[in-house]
Design a protein around this ligand. Structure first.
Ligand code: BTN
Length: 237
């Protein structure tokens, strides 16, 4: 996987999306982003010190949209596997694609599509300590351990872990991958709220199903959520 390192750019996702001739599995990282993008149009605070990177891979025409819905969770698992190699902490996946340590967010993932390519954008708080408007929710490795980490190494690790998991997925190992994801489900047994077709569903998270949907139990009825912003109401465990 080729790595391009940029000093400063608006957004590595935008850079790759707009790049005319994309190479399969090329990675672009920036030391700083001036217009880092989060999901749902949010701004992603990208000061120096974090791992801000994107990589792309060509779509497999044989895979359905439902199959591609599993990619965010696979990316979350890859982030955890990469992080575990440089610092052993209790990382969890907050469905569909955030990584948490304790009650705080250490990483966010933004999956986009450009032509025949998928762009996986990953932000990991590493040596940075200022999270701007996310100060009450963000955390970085440095804040936890006081150590300084090699960002390039982490970027390469996470991207290659993703590639490995993605090929496992293409080989038909989704069930095994899902088991690993389930073990790291941050939302399990928590009471959450999520908007579905302008209706708020409030209930207990009972798990993630085979289609990568979040299963919420409300008054003995199970709701299977395809996408949405999850708000935690309280924790049962
Ligand atoms: C989120 O949690 O809302 C997703 C955040 C994704 C941030 C990364 S940083 C590298 C890449 N470039 C961007 O502009 N966004 C992603």
């Amino acid at each position: 996987m080729d790595l391009t390192i940029l000093e400063k750019i608006d957004s590595t996702n935008k850079y790759l999306k707009e790049k005319k001739y994309k190479k399969n599995w090329e990675i672009v990282m920036a030391k700083e982003q001036t217009a880092g993008k989060g999901r749902r149009g949010k701004v992603w605070n990208s000061n120096k010190g974090g791992a801000w990177f994107s990589f792309c891979f060509a779509e497999d025409k044989y895979l359905s949209k439902t199959e591609y819905g599993k990619i965010p969770l696979i990316a979350g698992l890859a982030v955890i596997k990469g992080l575990e190699e440089i610092e052993k902490l209790n990382y969890k996946i907050k469905w569909p694609n955030d990584v948490y340590v304790g009650k705080r967010k250490i990483s966010g993932i933004l999956l986009e599509k450009s032509g025949d390519f998928f762009i996986v954008g990953i932000g990991i708080n590493v040596n940075n300590v200022d999270f701007g408007e996310f100060k009450d929710i963000g955390i970085s490795l440095n804040k936890i351990t006081d150590k300084i980490y090699n960002i390039e190494k982490l970027v390469m690790l996470v991207a290659s872990k993703f590639k490995k998991e993605y090929y496992r997925f293409l080989r038909g190992e989704w069930e095994e991958i899902l088991l690993e994801i389930k073990e790291k489900n941050y939302l399990k047994n928590r009471v959450v709220e999520v908007m579905v077709n302008s209706e708020v569903i409030k209930g207990e998270v009972i798990g993630i199903n085979n289609s990568a949907e979040l299963c919420i139990k409300k008054n003995n009825e199970i709701y299977e959520i395809k996408s949405g912003e999850i708000r935690i109401v309280y924790t049962n465990n």
